[in-house]
Ligand binder design. Structure first.
Ligand SMILES: NC(=O)C1=CN([C@@H]2O[C@H](COP(=O)(O)OP(=O)(O)OC[C@H]3O[C@@H](n4cnc5c(N)ncnc54)[C@H](O)[C@@H]3O)[C@@H](O)[C@H]2O)C=CC1
Ligand SMILES: O=C(O)CCC(=O)C(=O)O
Length: 528
């Protein structure tokens, strides 16, 4: 069955075409995102949800999203998605980090000019037939200092454009390296210095607990008198009430705002001030940007739903479309090894070590580790997947260690899993054969070669004559058909193991009979 995607915001039709061309069923309901109740009622029918900023993906929506695998944000900010709730549910959240950067940077520059020359007010006055030539006296931006708070993708483009406009650019961004600053031609400064020196300030950070109210009342009055402030990033970076006061006091000469604490902004403290220019979150609103982000999100979501490729996910490691086919059998191996250990584990897991040897050490081991932890915890938490597993493991205090070794002995690639519980350490290793099928090659140091089947019986025993016959006879008498039978032992007469693939399920009563056989230490039915 083709995967189904709901587009619940106004995305360019280019997205629908891409979904359909790629074999994904796409329902375009651009106003549904604004209706929480309706969205909650239908979300259970979809594998993917494509959104812009109007759809709010809350825990309540996610609670109904039984099939949902991916949320694609056609844009940058994912603050309208409850990421922890999506992650806990195993839903990948991806964005399109570059598609609208130029457009948004241009909007910041446009607002800077609009504020510097009061263009919107002059337009209204002129079209009202007033010809108020003496009312509007602007400032030049040439040779002025622009202070950029947040010099990432958009901030950097703003910097380049501003330098082209002959501005002096200073930037505050704790993650901006001195080399990058030099390449851009911007001076890296501390926030206080930026406030003290800038004639114009533009914000380009996400809204986080660190950046909320980065421009508050104190900051405003530390700025140069006559400063002009542009916010095309997120409402909440600037204290709107304090800014209004600073505007009213004549300390701040103007403000250009595209984003607001509450959106849609129907009322706002900034509204009505003559030196304020507002737009309704239009930063990304050009046909070029909307086409870019729509195409990109549709491609990324289709790649994930159809091929398992993960790009630009904010809550999961990336898997490229090229590596996905090569990685897939190892994902299956890692998950099955995890599942093997998880099904044998009755007490709390405290640590997991995953060793990658040979070719597999050069693969995307972060994804493989997530798969192994998924398999390990699935017997306890049915809903876990590769997205939620690392977070759940962290929440449960499970220490995860990855070891990479380029060399492997007998096999091209080996994945070894060691799971520590309160009282025990369990070890299992496997490989992928040329046929792409995962095999177990080692259990607690005992070599064996066994394929995984949907239903298996795992037995540990003492290596004694007669045991294998007794096991076969017990299964046969119970009408349990053996598909494959693999044995291994540490040494003659020592610890031994048997892995038996069964056709169909093995009843608990039969497992108990096996457990009761002479020389058997432990018998457990496993499902994969
Ligand atoms: N108005 C609109 O329609 C649009 C708004 N945006 C918003 O623009 C913002 C920036 O987007 P990008 O440049 O693509 O993001 P980005 O991730 O490339 O850059 C953000 C920068 O902020 C910096 N930063 C983080 N914490 C900081 C702090 N405490 N102080 C100073 N800098 C800090 C980071 O180091 C990074 O360099 C996002 O919030 C995004 O949602 C993006 C597109 C359209
Ligand atoms: O989709 C939009 O119009 C908003 C874009 C935006 O804010 C973003 O990409 O972060």
């Amino acid at each position: 069955m083709a995967p189904r995607v709901l587009i619940s915001d106004k995305l360019s039709p280019a997205a629908i075409q891409i979904f359909r061309d790629r074999g994904v069923e796409a329902d375009f309901q651009p106003d549904l995102g604004k209706d929480k109740e309706k969205l909650a009622a239908v979300i259970g029918d979809y594998d993917g949800l494509a959104i812009r900023s109007a759809t709010k993906v809350t825990p309540k929506i996610l609670a109904n999203a039984h099939r949902l695998k991916v949320i694609g944000r056609a844009g940058i900010g994912v603050d309208n998605v409850d990421i922890p709730a999506a992650t806990a549910k195993g839903v990948i959240v991806m964005n399109t980090p570059f598609g609208n950067s130029i457009t948004t940077a241009e909007h910041a520059i446009a607002l800077m000019f609009a504020v510097a020359r009061e263009i919107p007010a002059a337009d209204v006055s002129t079209q009202a037939g007033k010809w108020e030539k003496n009312r509007f006296m602007g400032v030049e931006i040439t040779s002025k200092t622009l202070g950029i708070i947040g010099c990432g993708n958009i901030g950097s483009i703003v910097a380049e454009r501003a330098i082209g406009l002959k501005m002096r650019v200073i930037a505050f961004d704790p993650f901006l390296s001195p080399e990058r600053a030099q390449d851009l031609g911007v001076e890296k400064v501390e926030l206080d210095e930026l406030f003290a020196r800038a004639d114009f300030i533009t914000l380009h950070t996400p809204l986080t607990e660190k950046t909320r109210n980065v421009i508050d009342r104190q900051a405003l009055f530390r700025m140069k008198k006559g400063v002009r402030i542009v916010n095309c990033a997120r409402g909440g970076l600037v204290d709107e009430v304090a800014l209004r006061e600073a505007l009213d006091a004549g300390h701040v000469a103007g403000a250009g705002f595209d984003v607001f604490v509450t959106e849609p902004a129907i009322e706002n403290p900034l509204f009505g001030h003559p030196a304020v220019v507002c737009t309704p979150h239009l930063g990304a609103a050009t046909s070029e940007a909307q086409e870019n982000v729509a195409l990109q999100v549709a491609e990324q979501m289709s790649d994930y739903l159809l091929r398992g490729a993960v790009s630009n996910a904010v809550n999961s490691p990336s898997i490229t479309a090229e590596e996905a086919p090569r990685l897939r059998p190892f994902v299956a191996l890692a998950e099955k090894l995890g599942s093997f250990a998880g099904q044998l584990t009755d007490s709390g897991v405290t640590a997991v070590r995953i060793e990658y040897e040979g070719l597999v050490a050069g693969m995307n081991t972060r994804a493989l580790t997530s798969a192994a932890v998924t398999g390990l915890l699935k017997p306890l938490l049915a809903d876990i997947n590769m997205v939620s597993a690392p977070v759940i493991a962290r929440e449960r205090g499970i220490a995860i260690e990855e070891v990479l070794r380029e060399d492997a002995d007998t096999y091209d690639s080996v994945v070894r899993l060691t799971v520590t519980t309160d009282g025990l350490t369990r070890h299992v290793a496997g490989t992928v054969y040329a046929d792409g099928k995962p095999r177990i090659i080692d259990i607690k140091g005992i070599e064996i070669e066994a394929a995984f089947g949907p239903s298996m019986l795992y037995v540990t025993n003492e290596d004694k004559p007669g045991y294998v016959g007794a096991l076969g006879a017990t299964l046969g008498a119970a009408g349990v058909n053996i598909a494959t039978f693999n044995l291994g032992r540490a040494a003659e007469g020592g610890d031994a193991i048997a892995i038996v693939q069964i056709d169909g399920d093995i009843p608990d009563a039969v497992v108990a009979q096996v457990q009761a056989l002479e020389h058997v230490k432990h018998a457990r039915a496993l499902r994969f």
